[in-house]
Design a protein around this ligand. Structure first.
Ligand code: GLN
Length: 526
């Protein structure tokens, strides 16, 4: 029977529950326990697939094609696991299942209620996700007191009766003058008790380290010992959070409370990674696109940081407005390399295309991801092949030269919905640059797209010098492109989702290596 750790949050959202859950996962894995992670999102959406990354942060894609909250990126990167779609539980998923059960007559004429039918379905899913793990970590999204979260808190309260379960409650401590204010935390604790749950460990998110006097105060009001109050203060580097939790000895409290055998973590490799993180000369990585919030391209940023540790440089993202580039592409002369990220819809595409032309012509290392691959095809068709009006059907239905078309029109045999999702096999052509970079002939990469290369244009583009360097043997999708003798690589997939601290992705590492070979702009300036 697994032991459960439920992580809840109070006072306000956006405190970093995902990072806390992932860091606890890392610490416990470093102690030698097997860990499973589940994220509950109490919204009514079925999954994150339809949610705007500009409002909610990036949509993370799992190997099995699950489109999930970006916290799964933290889980995979910190704990080094491959999560499954079923590890994300939403109100939409749970209600959908209960209503379908009811329609099938599975409830034998009973009245269907939040308790027990919905709570039973939630518990069943949590139990399933926890199978085979020593410790099952469940992060409840949102803030305690939210109406949406109530039924999940109730399910967790019931689960407590089934075995060892502890609750770690994360709250925010505002600072006024020199005081670390505990009142919101006290109220949040009361809210937890109202839901029938008693926090076992309190974690205080604060600008600076929690003072002993603050810990004592929380201890007194929240029925935990002072050492069971953990400081979660601002860090320069999120990857040091497991180390901070270790300093606070949270693993020992968890071991005692869950009656686990006592083990010390081995954090050697992790520590080494964190000391190298963000060190070395700056590399300016241009991203041309819509104005985005910090975590719209989170996995790209993390993949660059992991690669930076490997290459001994410190990549920094430089946002460049697509309209500015469209009018004046030479604004890009400042950057060392460029990434064109994935995206949907027409906005900003002409600027992105102008930017791709600039880096292609000036041999600035470039990596195009998904939409980036597609826009590179459009750019090359227009400016090298001479098909002036070439475009993707997604951007214009009118064009007579649709070089990028919906994959069902391209004759590819995609199973399921219209979106091609998750792991697909990619087989490289022998002797191509990308095959050398991977050092392998066949890989699996994660996908999330509806459009792809129009096979009718392959010959024209190839004759003009564009190299299509791989294909998916299962459905015929052309997966990657390159231009010889420069780092110009476009991929129809999302390598950023596979990058881990201890296993940076070769496409990002090799882009930084290409920058180093050319010589950094920022170094040249000095
Ligand atoms: N909008 C493009 C498509 O659907 C690209 C998607 C993406 O970049 N993830 O194919």
């Amino acid at each position: 029977m697994p032991k459960y750790i439920v992580i809840t949050g109070g006072v306000m959202s956006g405190l970093g529950k995902g990072l806390l859950s992932a860091s606890i996962g890392r610490l416990l894995k470093a102690c030698g326990y097997t860990v499973a992670l589940t994220k509950i999102d109490p919204y009514l959406n079925f999954d994150a697939g339809t949610m705007s990354p500009f409002e909610h942060g990036e949509v993370f894609v799992l190997r099995d094609g699950g489109e999930v909250d970006l916290d799964f990126g933290h889980y995979e990167r910190f704990v080094d696991i491959d999560a499954k779609r079923s590890h994300n539980i939403t109100t939409g998923i749970v209600f959908d299942k209960v209503i379908r059960n009811e329609r099938k007559g599975n409830y034998l004429g009973k009245t269907i209620q939040l308790i027990p039918h919905v709570t039973d379905e939630i518990k069943r899913r949590i139990r399933d996700n926890s199978k085979g793990a020593d410790i099952s970590i469940i992060e409840l999204g949102g803030t305690v007191g939210d109406i949406e979260g109530l039924v999940f808190l109730e399910a967790i309260r019931q689960l407590r009766g089934e075995g060892a379960l502890i609750n770690i409650h994360l709250t925010f401590l505002p600072v006024q003058g020199i005081d670390q204010k505990t009142k919101p935390t006290q109220h949040s604790f009361i809210e937890m008790r109202r839901a029938g749950l008693m926090p076992d460990i309190m974690v205080g998110r604060c600008k600076d380290k929690l003072r002993d006097s603050t810990k004592r105060k929380i201890s007194m009001f929240c029925s935990v010992k002072p050492e069971e109050v953990i400081s979660d203060h601002n860090l320069d580097n999120v990857y040091t959070l497991p180390l901070l939790l270790y300093e606070e000895q949270i693993h020992k409290i968890i071991q005692t409370k869950l009656k686990l055998d006592v083990r010390e973590p081995d954090l050697g490799g992790w520590k080494q990674f964190t000391t190298m993180y963000g060190k070395g000369p700056k590399v300016k990585v241009g991203i041309v696109g819509k104005y985005a919030r910090g975590d719209t391209y989170l996995s790209i940023q993390e993949a660059l940081a992991h690669a930076g540790v490997e290459s001994g440089v410190n990549p920094e993202l430089i946002w460049i407005d697509s309209e500015v580039v469209e009018k004046n592409p030479s604004t890009l002369s400042e950057i060392d390399c460029m990434i064109t990220p994935g995206g949907f819809g027409t906005r900003g595409c002409e600027g992105k295309i102008a930017a791709i032309r600039y880096v292609r012509e000036n041999k600035i290392p470039w990596l195009g991801l998904c939409l980036g691959f597609q826009l590179a095809v459009v750019e090359f068709a227009r400016n090298v092949v001479g098909l002036r009006g070439a475009n993707s059907t997604e951007m214009s239905e009118e064009t007579k030269d649709s070089v990028i078309i919906p994959h069902w029109e391209a004759g590819h045999n995609i199973m399921g919905g219209t979106m091609r999702l998750g792991d697909k096999k990619v087989v490289f052509r022998q002797g191509t640059e990308i095959q050398k970079i991977y050092g392998e002939d066949t890989v699996y990469e994660r996908h999330r797209h509806r459009y792809g290369l129009n096979p009718r244009y392959v010959d024209k583009l190839t004759d003009a010098g564009l190299v299509f360097s791989s294909v998916c043997p299962e459905d015929g999708t052309v997966e990657t492109l390159e231009i010889p003798d420069q780092y110009f690589i476009g991929v129809q997939f999302h390598p950023e989702f596979q990058s881990r601290p201890n296993a940076p992705h070769p496409l990002f590492v090799n882009m930084l290596e290409a920058v180093k070979n050319i010589g950094l702009n920022s170094i040249k300036d000095r």
